[in-house]
Each structure stands twice: as C-alpha cells, then as structure tokens.
Design a protein around this ligand. Structure first.
Ligand code: SR1
Ligand code: MG
Length: 415
C-alpha cells in the first residue's frame, strides 16, 4: 500500500469535532454558528471514527460524521489502511441513494482532506445484529432489503448501464486494499493456520477437520476466484447485519467502504449468511424450544421472502427493460439461478470466516459460556460447509433453506 495522506488531515475527537462542525458551510442550515453543540464518539466497528453531533437546544437537529483512520482500528497502527476507502464509501452511498433513497442514509458532504463523510443520523434505528441477538423481529426487513439489493445491484450492472459508464464505474470503485482484506480474511486464512484466526480451543477439532478437507478448499477457491474476477455490479462488499440499521418501520444500509465491482451473490449471500449465523446462535441463545423454533421460523421466512422480493423487484426494475432478443427469458432465469447459487457459496464463506477467522460476530462470539459458544459455532460451520458444497443442487430459495436447516451442531464431540 502506498498512499500520501492529505497534509490537512487530522483525526477528530469529541472536542475538535465541534469547531469543525461549525465551520462547515454545508451545515449552516442545521446549526447556527453560536449555538452549543454536543458530540459523542460511537465507532464500535473495526475501522473508523464515528461521531454523533447534535444541537444542545434541539437534539433532533443532528448529523453523523464518519472519519477514516489511516490504520485498522481493531488492530492498531501496525496494520495501515488506505484512506481512499472514505471516498469510496461516500461515493457508493451517493450511488445507492440515487437508486434506493428509502434505504440509504443521505450524505450531506464528503471532505477529501479529512477523509470524512457527513450523513444523516439514524438515531431512531439500531444495528440489526443487536436486535436479532435480543430476539427482536423486523417485519418489513425482507421487503426492504430485497428492494435495496435488486435496485443497487441491478442498477449498477451491465444490464442497466451503457458499456462506457459501466467501465468507468468499475475504475471509479477500484478498491484493491479492502478487497485484499476480504480475500485474506474470508477466503484464505480460515482454511489454514494463522495466528490471526480467532476460534476458541473447544472448536479446534472441527476447525482442523474443515481445514483438512481438500474438497471444501476447492469450493472456497472457486468462490475466491469469483470474488476476484466477476465484476457484475457495484456491490456493498460488507453487507452483514452490523451494516444494517433498523426499527419496526424502516431499514437503512450503512458502511459501504468495501464497495467495488464484484459478484451480486456476495451481497445477497452476506445478508442470508448473517441471518443463518443468528439462526445458529439461537441454538443456545434462546433456551425455550418453542420460542426458539418460532424465532428461527421468522429468520428462515425472512431469507425466503427477501429472495422472492429480490426476484420480483429485479424483474420490474431490470428484466422488463432489457432487449429480449439478446437476453431471452431462459437467459434471465439462468442469471437469477446463478446469483442464487453464488449467494449460497459466498454466504457460506462469510459464515465460516465469522466463526474461524479474525473479526467474529457478536451473535456467536458474544456467547459467554465456551461450551455454548462452541455449539453455536459448530452449527454455523456445518451450515456453511453444507451450503458451499451443495450449492449446485440449489434450484430455489426453499432448497437453500432446507439444506441449512437440516444441519446440526457436531459439538460436543462423540468418539
Ligand atoms: C480487518 S477488518 C475486519 C472486518 O471488518 C469489516 O466489517 C469487514 O467484514 C472486515 O473483514
Ligand atoms: Mg463496516
């Protein structure tokens, strides 16, 4: 990585963010120069600083700043990261907002010297992963995310863009260093020894068996090749349930700093894979079997519904506008089937990395008791392995759900 940091760049803190806010002309309508503002730093992700700023006299007048650090927050300055990801994120948000404003936070401005994006504060919403861990259901989520996926993926693909614009967009969103993080953390490291892996020792026998499974490594290598070579659409690139903010009425997709031109199934699979990670975690999180079965039914119904909405929306938004001579119905159906099978394989990789690799998810790593955590992790791995190995059998979303729900945890080990 070789990057010149802007000479005007300085990471903000809760004090310096206030004068910075007051100096921004784009926010003059929101805050008057002499009023008292308050700020808090809320970044709990792996990479950035995130500030919420509001008017003391009226907290409804508020903004969020996301500022890139030149290194990985999760690890420290020994792991440098390109600040250009902040531009990618701001520009991806603007594309997503144009295509699907109802599920994208509005960007107020991007500051290229500070690698900072000012955007709508989603202060009535919570991170979906937290809600699911608490057993909260989101009745409109499947509809919302299905629409978001169809519009942002369909609308940035060759199916909708002219030949030149598509290539210019691929160039604008070239994001090599963040793609390399994904290539390493999702497709490489979980399948070999590295000190960065984060599974705990109770899971070691299953992880070692999985790493020894050459047939599995062949499937993963095929998925990695797809991630690295299939410039199908502008994908979010990190669309896990920690990148989704929800309440009972609304859904917003945040954080597209990993955006680049990649396979649609990487985004669809991220959502599905993360719903199944929560499904696996409920094995121990929800003690009451009826309550657990009911919540899991909600999760699998959500997977089925989001795919149905994706297909419906893709039809009206994309296929109804293409040339049927060059893209006949059978091609369209085959295209959707390939996206479904990619979603199974890529979503499976996203599940397995969250159990084995660096940067786990709270659904599973947040389970305090190690034996319970091993049960949930074991189930998540078995679902991942089944989905990637059997993805070619999948013809419908119901097939995908059936493969996943037939899995059981292998832990505790029986000799
Ligand atoms: C090293 S960054 C770790 C992870 O955080 C992000 O959310 C991505 O998922 C990345 O892989
Ligand atoms: Mg993120």
């Amino acid at each position: 990585m070789n990057e010149d940091i802007s000479p005007n760049y300085r990471p903000l803190d809760v004090q310096t963010v206030i004068p910075y806010t007051k100096a921004r002309p784009e926010l003059r309508d929101l805050f008057s120069p002499n009023e008292d503002l308050e700020a808090v730093e809320v970044g709990d992700g792996n990479l950035n600083l995130v500030f919420k700023i509001w008017a003391k006299a009226d907290p409804r007048r508020t903004v969020v700043f996301k500022q890139a650090l030149p290194y990985l927050r999760l690890v420290g300055d020994s792991w440098p990261l390109p600040t250009d990801r902040a531009r990618i994120e701001a520009e991806a948000l603007m594309v997503e907002y144009r295509l699907c404003p109802q599920h994208t936070p509005k960007v107020y401005f991007y500051d290229p010297d500070m690698y900072l994006t000012a955007m709508q504060n989603l202060d009535r919403h919570i991170i979906m992963r937290k809600g699911l861990n608490d057993g909260i259901r989101y009745p409109h989520f499947a509809e919302h995310i299905g629409v978001f996926l169809a519009r942002t993926l369909g609308g940035t693909s060759d199916l909708m863009l002219d030949y030149r614009t598509k290539k210019m967009e691929v160039a604008r969103f070239i994001n090599p260093e963040l793609c390399k993080i994904t290539e390493d953390l999702i497709f490489t490291e979980p399948y070999r020894y590295t000190p960065r892996n984060g599974f705990h020792k109770e899971l070691e026998p299953q992880v070692l068996a999985l790493q020894a499974d050459e047939a599995l490594r062949v499937e993963v290598a095929q998925m990695k090749e797809k991630f690295m070579t299939h410039a199908q659409a502008l994908i979010h690139g990190d669309l896990h349930t920690g990148s989704i903010m929800v309440n009972q009425e609304e859904t917003y997709v945040i954080d597209p700093e990993f955006a680049y031109y990649g396979p649609m199934g990487f985004d669809v699979g991220a959502v599905i894979g993360n719903l199944f990670l929560n499904y696996a975690a409920q094995e121990v999180r929800m003690a009451d079997p009826d309550q657990r079965a009911d919540f899991r039914k909600y999760l699998t119904d959500t997977v089925i519904r989001l795919w149905q909405v994706f297909v419906r929306e893709f039809q009206s938004y994309v296929w109804d506008h293409v040339d049927p001579i060059n893209m006949p119905k059978a091609y369209q159906e085959d295209y959707m089937l390939r996206v479904l099978q990619d979603s199974a394989g890529l979503g499976a990789c996203k599940m397995m990395r969250r159990v084995i690799g660096l940067a786990g998810v709270s659904d599973i790593r947040g389970i305090e008791d190690v034996h319970q955590r091993a049960i949930a992790g074991s189930l998540a791995l078995n679902i991942g392995v089944a989905l990637i190995k059997r993805r070619r059998e999948i013809r419908t979303i119901e097939d995908l759900v059936e493969i996943a729900t037939a899995c059981r945890p292998t832990y505790p080990w029986k000799n």
